[in-house]
Design a binder for this molecule. Structure first.
Ligand code: N7H
Length: 514
């Protein structure tokens, strides 16, 4: 059954990319329910490779064994995160083997049900092997307090359900409609019965209408992902190819290859973060601080400030390539929208050298420059060891009229952030701690106080001084701070999260048998 289901989807879903799946093409289990693809259709985002294209890569990955979400990224219509605790390990493992495993989907199927465990979850299930990841073992809440490896969260903003280590696992269910997800959840709940207890659930969904693919601040998200050797084909201009072991345990390039137990191969560490976004407050901040550029109206100056904070316009066009105005045509072209390095050949004052002096096109501290500095780092500096695959989705409703009128958030919304990496410290932790929350990164720039990441950087929740947001600033030593933009508070607030391990299908079988 499983084999024919694979090959069926291979020709009907995956081989045609992720668009235009007909209901009658879907396998029997889902034929009655799903009426369209579970993926959004947004031209700015790169297409998924076909099964044929993956098979043509050198050392093609075993996509029939890798859980579906890991290599796919942020493209889903609806997605539920169902966090649970295990109450009866024996029953859970028995049902995992007999009924849940057949529901779990692989990369080849690119489908819906996904299962992943925290460290305390693995222990509760009798799987006590050391997976070789310090942060995973501690759990995310420990990193809120850990002064040496600080992610910058204020524990008082964490939801109680995440504060601690009580979450044992999360089922991630994706589909085209919330109704289908509810049906699938009811199915899983009836299979597992009292062997699990719900601790928290979070419904994510693509935003409606022309905001599909945009996160709640309004910016297109999911454009730039690393290319994975053995999977991504073709590699798009501007994409860096990295070893699969950056994301998958036990594969080439895994930084801790020798320490992994055999059953962990082709699994990945999942970092989940519930990141609340204060959208009306963010919008008001932009309105109140338009950048003063002579050719622009105040409204355009406000748009420019937002674009320079992110490093891309709302359409997704990079400010580095289009510094003063949005360019939706550029944004919608995956062969151009990621093809830049932050290096200007004729950069002043030293044409042809690295661009350490000039943030006219893109601030040094822009969100996408902080988390992926491209040409700001020397070739061979190892930037690729810090790549992550992002698989996030917005949660919560659109801003209400009352919230917009009051410029104040009263309904919870934000980003259900998900990243995959083979080593949590190298991936999420390094980005958050060493780059995002540093006021001097990217290092070596002429500006000594760049500031933290204007979107997700934090100095404990207080005001943040960000230089370089105003393109008018071009004194060579950046000593004129009169143009610095001061953010009065964080517009993204962590509500908690956890670290999980997403085993392969054979890994899930091993857990069920432990
Ligand atoms: Fe970010 N945003 O809307 O402003 N992010 N991010 N992110 N992010 C990116 O290329 C956003 C967060 C990365 O390769 C885009 O996909 C928001 C965390 C990385 O050029 C936009 C939140 C971390 C990239 C946003 C948030 C990262 C990236 C541009 C939280 C890691 C790729 C579109 C609410 C710790 C950079 C795109 C590259 C891109 C936004 C969180 C990392 C628009 C709102 C927590 C690696």
């Amino acid at each position: 059954m499983r084999k024919s289901l694979h090959s069926f989807i291979l020709v009907s879903l995956f081989a045609v990319g992720h668009l235009g799946v007909n209901a009658e093409d879907l396998p029997p289990r889902r034929r009655a329910a799903r009426t369209k693809s579970l993926f959004i259709d947004v031209s700015a985002l790169p297409n998924l490779p076909t099964v044929q294209a993956v098979s043509e890569t050198t050392n093609a990955l075993d996509t029939d064994n890798i859980q579906s979400d890991i290599l796919i990224g942020m493209q889903k219509n609806e997605e539920l995160f169902y966090f649970f605790g295990v109450k009866d390990a024996a029953t859970f493992k028995s049902k995992l083997a007999s009924d849940i495993l057949p529901l779990i989907t692989t990369t080849t199927e690119v489908s819906a049900d996904f299962s992943t465990f925290s460290n305390t979850g693995l222990i509760a299930l009798g799987m006590t092997d050391d997976l070789g990841d310090f942060n995973f073992v501690q759990g995310q809440f420990a990193d809120v307090h850990n002064q040496t490896v600080l992610i910058g969260d204020n524990p008082s903003t964490w939801d109680a359900s995440f504060a601690g280590t009580q979450i044992h696992g999360v089922f991630i269910l994706a589909s085209d409609t919330a109704a289908n997800i509810n049906t699938e959840l009811a199915n899983i709940q009836s299979i597992l019965g009292a062997s699990i207890v719900e601790i928290e659930s979070l419904q994510g969904a693509a935003r409606p209408g022309d905001q599909q693919g945009h996160e709640h601040f309004g910016f297109m998200d999911g454009i730039s992902q690393p290319a994975v050797n053995g999977f991504t084909n073709p590699v798009l201009p501007g994409q860096t190819s990295v070893d699969p072991g950056t994301f998958l345990v036990g594969e080439i390039g895994d930084p801790n290859l020798d320490a992994r137990p055999a059953w962990a191969k082709d699994g990945s560490f999942l970092v989940f973060r519930k990141l609340q976004q204060l959208v009306p407050e963010f919008s008001q901040f932009l309105t109140d601080h338009p950048l003063d550029v002579p050719s622009l109206t105040p409204a355009e100056g406000s748009e420019l400030l937002g674009a320079r904070m992110v490093g891309r316009w709302k359409s997704g066009a990079p400010v580095f390539l289009s510094p003063t105005h949005d360019d939706p045509v550029l944004a919608a072209d995956p062969t151009r929208n990621n093809n830049f390095t932050y290096l200007i050949a004729d950069a002043l004052p030293d044409p042809g050298t690295e661009n350490h002096f000039n943030q006219t096109n893109c601030p040094f501290g822009a969100h996408i420059r902080k988390v992926h500095p491209r040409g700001d780092l020397q070739p061979g500096s190892g930037e690729e060891t810090h790549f992550i695959i992002r698989s996030s989705i917005p949660y919560g409703p659109e801003v209400t009229a009352a919230e917009a009128a009051a410029n104040t958030t009263s309904v919870d919304r934000g980003l259900a952030f998900v990243s995959y990496q083979a080593n949590i410290f190298n991936g999420f932790m390094f980005l958050q701690n060493v780059w995002i929350n540093s006021i001097v990164f990217p290092f070596g720039k002429v500006d000594p106080t760049i500031g933290v990441d204007p979107i997700i950087g934090t100095l404990g929740g207080g005001p943040k001084n960000i230089s370089g947001l105003d393109p008018a600033v071009f004194d060579l030593d950046q000593s004129d701070v009169s143009h610095d933009v001061v953010e009065p508070r964080d517009f993204v607030v962590s509500r908690g999260g956890e670290y999980f391990f997403s085993p392969s299908l054979t890994g899930l079988s091993a857990i069920a048998a432990a």
